[in-house]
Design a protein around this ligand. Sequence first.
Ligand code: ZN
Length: 273
Amino acid sequence: MRKTVLIAALAATTTLATPALAAEATVQRLYVLDCGTNLGKDQARWSPGVNVGQPILFSDNCYLIRHGKQWLLWDTGIPDAVAASPNGVETGGGAIVARRTKTLEGQLAELKLKPANITHVALSHNHGDHTGNAKLFAGSTFLVQQAEWDFAYADPAKSPLPPGAKVTKLMGDHDVFGDGSVLIISTPGHTPGHQSLLVNLRKTGPVLLTGDAVHFKDNWDNRRVPSMNADKDQTVASMRRLDTLMKTVGAKLWINHDKPTSDAQIHAPKFYE
Ligand SMILES: [Zn+2]
């Protein structure tokens, strides 16, 4: 029984409160949305001492999950406005060029959805290539860690969230729909309140969405920690936790920014079941 497996996995990998899982459940659909690309001018920013001076192209996906009549959007990507600049926009103090060929709103429209249809938005963390379109979702409930709230969202003048947003502040793991089908997994380190997502799909099986807990496969294989991360030890501990979780539930690891991983996936309007 997958329910039992998920409960066991959480119990085995966290000392935080374990979410209450009511029944075995799966979600109907998961769409991979193209939320842009980031060209890193020097890979070593993410892999200290390795491939110094070499550029690296990152994918940047958003993920849309259908649970009955509810929709959960995981991350909101690079701002849609960047699509108006075909040569991209420099970010990260000039270290990165962000590009977008399709807007998030356009991809939702292709699925006959408007931002108002999205009941829940969960953000892996506060960086601009994940929160770029959060303000589109003024009617959604945002799921963020209390630690990330304190760090980046509490000040309305700096927050990427819509003014007056409905926010559920989490203290660790969270069972999004209360049935064990989608679990937020606390993975601090890249930022103080970074989180990942475990999605249980009927045909595909469990999938683990990393946020920026790791940026690409070679960093995962070597447990490397980018220089900009908030806490190195926490980052390594979070990677270890994801690894245990993967092995316990048999989840596939979908590293958001790993371009070869993204290129091998089916993207919206097609979907995973
Ligand atoms: Zn980040």
